[in-house]
Design a protein around this ligand. Structure first.
Ligand SMILES: [Zn+2]
Length: 309
């Protein structure tokens, strides 16, 4: 497929179901994580497992599967000693997602994940653009249906650089960003928090971010890799300040170096109730990020208007 079906369903105000986590799910299933490239090496070392994670999400009701390319950014791969394998790793990940679609015989779109993973800051903003463009070219050349810019943990100027880098790309572009609540002011901020009590990075007021990003990008914009409660608040702010399509794929659990900690703080049924409230608040795309797996995706798939879609 075929982005057309997704587009039509969005125009009909339907809910599109994304997949859940890829990296954290591979970790949960026992795949070895590379010390620097995280789940980036899994597509080469453990292709059957990567393909089967995609297949499980499709069978659970996902309309879109995301390639395991979050961690295979050219800048990270060069930095960590994989310079010669950038095309190989990224192409293999697209092939595995496409094979999963073929094996399940369903009309599913493949989203290429382009991210800011891996020691970007030390290179400076200008040096990032070639890496974003290189990954975009490889993924689009290999036949993905859309791109998700997973700029999730990035500060505003980096998000703007990654959006700018996609200008020549013909594929549909979705942008995902993450949010936290500032405890002092109670306001939703662009930023991220991976641990329960330390390392919260707060960048700027989320309303300002949404207004700036929407000048450069007409949507969809997705709130991702954020706490479930914060996601609900961020959606309300986003809806007031942005007219385009909105999405959400939050976290469940938190990161404690070097692993994602899976916590059973919410049942699949409760995840669905949250998702339902986001739909009522104007969200049309829902999936999951780290810690959200097949059971949650299965639960929220009832939000699709046509269950055979
Ligand atoms: Zn995540």
């Amino acid at each position: 497929m075929t982005y057309n079906l997704i587009k039509q369903r969005l125009e009909n105000n339907d809910t599109i179901i994304l997949d859940g986590a890829i990296g954290a799910e591979l970790e949960k299933k026992g795949a070895e994580m590379h010390k620097d490239l995280w789940c980036g090496t899994c597509s080469i070392e453990n292709p059957d497992l990567v393909r089967s994670v995609h297949e499980e999400y499709i069978l659970a009701g996902a309309d879109i599967v995301t390639t395991n390319t979050y961690a295979t950014t050219p800048i990270a791969m060069k930095n960590y000693g994989f310079s010669d394998q950038i095309a190989q790793f990224n192409k293999k990940s697209v092939q595995l997602a496409k094979e999963a679609v073929k094996n399940t015989n369903k009309n599913i779109a493949v989203a290429g994940s382009v991210s800011t993973f891996g020691s970007l800051y030390k290179y400076g903003l200008e040096a990032m653009t070639p890496g974003f463009k290189e990954q975009l070219n490889i993924l689009s050349g290999e036949g993905v249906d859309l791109i998700i810019l997973e700029a999730m943990s990035s500060q505003a100027d980096i998000v703007e650089t990654i959006i700018e880098s996609t200008k020549e790309t013909k594929l549909p572009i979705w942008l995902s960003i993450s949010c936290v609540i500032d405890d002092k002011t109670n306001e939703v901020m662009l930023g991220y928090s991976d641990t329960l009590d330390t390392d919260t990075n707060i960048y700027e007021n989320f309303k300002t971010s949404i207004n700036n990003f929407s000048q450069m990008h007409n949507g969809p914009i997705l709130i991702a890799h954020s706490d479930i409660k914060v996601t609900g608040e961020a959606i309300k702010v986003a809806r007031k300040n942005f007219n385009g399509v909105l999405g959400a794929y939050p976290n469940r659990g938190h990161y404690e170096k070097p692993n994602w900690k899976f916590v059973d703080n919410i049942t699949p049924g409760e995840y669905l109730e949250n998702a339902r409230s986001w739909v009522n608040d104007g969200v049309n795309i829902i999936g999951g990020c780290c810690g959200v797996g097949v059971e949650e995706i299965k639960a929220i798939s009832v939000l699709k208007k046509n269950q055979n879609a």
